[in-house]
Write a protein that binds this ligand. Structure first.
Ligand code: SF4
Ligand code: SF4
Length: 288
């Protein structure tokens, strides 16, 4: 079973919630926790794992354009073609690695094959152990191809024996989110009672609904803006989205992050709240 914890925007508590759910589930099931937020990986940290705890292996899921200067006839076509402004001109084309998306358009228009696409190491994927296996991935600074890295992270996690995969999804609606969400059995969407969080959540849910994945909602820090929480609840009921939990603001969440501990471990009093949340998820899935 694959449970996916997702949010439209970052900073709403997604990773803390995913870490807490993984810890509780691991008491009775074989869990693998998966950090698919390769742009800003936090799940490991929430579980007390540092980057050096992972057996990271470099991966290459992207390419960059390279000029073969001896072949170039300085026709300027590549500069005119690149929509990413990755090619400037200084008595010939100059390629900017940080801007190049490896789309290959310049290579297609070059009349003399003076451009090649070269694979680049754009991230790494690794596994660590913390009571249960945790698989994560990182995108290198300035690189593209995060969606493909997420796919590699999930591929690695699939090979770990497990009953439940808890996925900390990327935030937003881009390629990494799509790669995180696809194949999930259930999505736990996390929001907070602010207009921007709700607006981003609505966009993220379009991705979830596109794939027809059952979904429930968690409103974190619900008591900070009770009026807006009510608005979210009305919206979710209108959209057949079950509210799985309203989590009140609790300093323990912040203190847990500082201590690199899942909130449910830092403050065991939070356990019933997360157990109730899981019970509703299993009810929706028809499991006990
Ligand atoms: S591969 Fe695409 S992004 Fe990179 S320089 Fe060529 S056209 Fe621009
Ligand atoms: S399209 Fe090819 S030949 Fe023309 S400037 Fe670019 S690299 Fe040189």
């Amino acid at each position: 079973m694959k449970l996916n914890v997702l949010s439209g925007k970052g900073g709403v508590g997604k990773s803390s919630i995913a870490a807490s759910l993984a810890v509780l589930l691991a008491r009775e099931r074989k869990v693998v926790a998966v950090d698919c937020d390769v742009d800003a990986p936090n799940l490991g940290l929430c579980l007390g794992l540092h980057r050096e705890d992972f057996d990271g292996k470099p991966v290459s899921t992207g390419e960059k354009a390279r000029l073969l200067p001896d072949k170039c006839i300085k026709c300027h076509k590549c500069v005119d073609t690149c929509v990413f402004s990755a090619i400037s001109w200084d008595d010939g084309p100059v390629f900017n690695d940080l801007l190049c998306e490896g789309c290959g358009a310049c290579q297609l228009v070059c009349p003399v094959d003076a451009i090649e696409l070269e694979p680049v190491e754009n991230g790494w994927v690794g596994t660590a152990e913390k009571d249960f296996p945790v698989v994560g991935g990182w995108l290198k600074m300035g690189q593209s191809g995060s969606g493909d890295i997420v796919a590699l992270v999930k591929e690695r996690a699939e090979k770990v024996p497990h009953d439940v995969m808890v996925i900390d999804s990327a935030a937003g609606i881009g390629c990494p989110v799509i790669a995180s969400v696809v194949g999930s059995d259930y999505v736990i969407a996390v929001t907070e009672p602010t207009p921007s969080a709700l607006s981003d959540l609505k966009r993220a849910l379009q991705v979830v609904r596109h794939f027809g994945i059952p979904c429930g909602l968690v409103i974190n820090r619900a008591d900070l803006n009770p009026g807006f929480t009510e608005k979210i609840k009305k919206w979710s009921s209108k959209n057949s989205l079950r509210v799985l939990a309203e989590i009140p603001y609790d300093r323990a969440f912040v203190e847990a992050i500082v201590q690199l501990t899942p909130p449910v471990v830092y403050k065991p009093g939070l356990e019933p709240l997360f157990q109730d949340l899981l019970a509703l998820v299993f009810e929706d899935l028809g499991h006990s």
